[in-house]
Design a protein around this ligand. Structure first.
Ligand code: F3S
Length: 445
């Protein structure tokens, strides 16, 4: 049958979508992007914050309309929203034929079979189950770059976060599964893998008795065809000397680290249930920069957490100015039902949250401009992502740019280049977030 798949939410959810697509393809179904032709529609949803839930609900409603009027026979809702509202979705939306939880996505083919027989199916497993599927994923990220998910769930229980309730405690994907996934990706032409999980740095502890991300990375570096390995979602308190050393010495590992820290004020970090202090954050950032001088550090922050005072906000501003992150995103705090933070005193108005976010982003804009200006004159390897015909330039990413969230480099090239190629580029210009450069044909740095 022809199946349309809509994937919402984070890159971890996207990997689940790609696995489901792989299972559906193996079962003989055809994947389509054409809404008018789709006989089965699957919406893999997110339920992280209010806006993400809204988007998920809207998408399901749109697909329900399509089902009323088109050729679609089944509408299936999977993922985190399905986990949270499994009964409500079936009760309130008669067009939905099945709901599938985020730890039961590997049941998608059986769910479809049962639904086609007329059953309204709920397929859920314990939040602590780890689906292990050896299928070749259907890649949705362009063929040369992909996410590699190395664990599921999270044990950290930050007071604002609903994810452990939706996705369970931390479970590492065993090494042989991760490596097989990576080899399959390389065999399909993937050159860049972006390592993701709710938290990547404690990988291995639950199954091998100790953190072994550094060991996994060394094995991943041996996979032929993979040229860039990028680490996302690292917890500052879990970064080990071994990990820093492997990033420093393995040529395939990008000198890039995404380390969401959320805040810098000790009082707020404590209320958030984070396990670091400002002093410890400064220590780990200093160590990373001393060991790997050209490392690009990315972080994300939450502003407007309950009880955040002017002095906490000032602390964060001074931290941003002092630490000079290369990349930084700011989210306004969103109270989530069922989390401890939702019940905390001192909730802050949306207006104040937004104005604090804008202030932080403005500060970061100056930091970022300084950082990009410092790249001018350097020679870098660039992964080409496409061409902008109207402007006659190519667009790509350097080791400093993770897909989707960071900047780009715009390239002038004398010869035609193809998406997925690596080229050598001399950086000639910069604005706050992006670079420009000329393709050169000899690497000089
Ligand atoms: Fe959303 Fe679930 Fe990811 S809540 S952010 S899709 S883990």
């Amino acid at each position: 049958m022809k199946i349309l798949f809509v994937s919402l939410g984070c890159d971890k959810n996207l990997v689940d979508s790609e696995v489901m697509l792989g299972l559906l393809r193996d079962r003989g179904h055809e994947i389509t992007n054409d809404e008018a032709q789709a006989e089965i529609i699957v919406v893999n949803t997110c339920s992280f914050i209010h806006d993400a839930r809204e988007e998920s609900v809207q998408t399901v409603l749109e697909m329900a309309e399509l089902k009323k009027n088109g050729v679609c026979r089944l509408l299936i809702v999977s993922g985190c929203l399905a986990e949270k509202y499994r009964d409500e979705i079936l009760e309130e939306l008669p067009e939905v034929d099945a709901v599938v939880g985020p730890t039961a996505y590997d049941t998608i083919c059986e769910v479809i079979d049962k639904s086609l027989e007329g059953e309204r199916v709920q397929s859920f497993e314990s939040a602590d189950r780890l689906p292990l599927v050896k299928t070749r994923r259907v890649l949705t990220t362009g063929g040369y770059s992909s996410y590699l998910k190395i664990s599921e769930g999270c044990d950290k229980h930050c007071t604002y976060c609903i994810i452990p309730k939706l996705r369970g405690n931390y479970r590492s994907v065993p090494m042989d599964y991760v490596l097989e996934d990576a080899r399959n990706l390389a065999a399909s032409g993937v050159k860049e893998i972006n390592i993701v999980a709710q938290e990547t740095t404690t990988w291995g502890k639950d199954i091998y008795g100790e953190k072994r991300l550094h060991v996994l990375l060394k094995e991943l570096c041996k996979v032929e065809g993979i040229q860039w390995i990028r680490l996302l979602y690292c917890y500052p308190e879990e970064i080990t000397d071994e990990l820093i050393e492997v990033i420093r010495t393995e040529p395939k590992i990008c000198h890039y680290l995404d380390m969401p820290i959320q805040h810098s004020s000790d009082a707020i970090l404590k209320r958030m249930g984070r396990r670091t202090s400002r002093g410890e954050l400064e220590t780990v950032i200093g160590k990373l920069r001393r060991s790997i001088p050209d490392i690009t550090l990315r972080t994300t922050l939450i502003t407007g957490f309950p009880g955040e005072t002017e002095s906490d906000h000032a602390d964060l501003k001074s931290f941003i100015q002092k630490m000079e992150f290369d990349r930084l995103g700011v989210f306004t705090y969103s109270p989530e039902e069922g989390t401890p933070a939702e019940r905390m005193e001192g909730q802050i108005t949306e207006e104040l949250k937004s104005s604090r976010r804008d202030e932080l982003m403005l500060l970061q804009q100056h930091v970022s401009a300084k950082k990009t200006a410092a790249m001018v004159g350097r020679t870098l390897e660039v992964l080409v992502e496409g061409r902008i015909p109207e402007e006659g330039v190519y667009v790509g990413r350097t080791y400093r740019d993770a897909p989707e969230v960071d900047g780009y480099i715009f390239l002038n090239a004398e010869e035609e280049i193809i998406s997925g190629d690596f080229v050598t580029v001399k950086v000639t210009g910069a604005d706050e977030y992006d670079l420009t450069g000329d393709v050169i044909y000899e690497f000089t740095e």
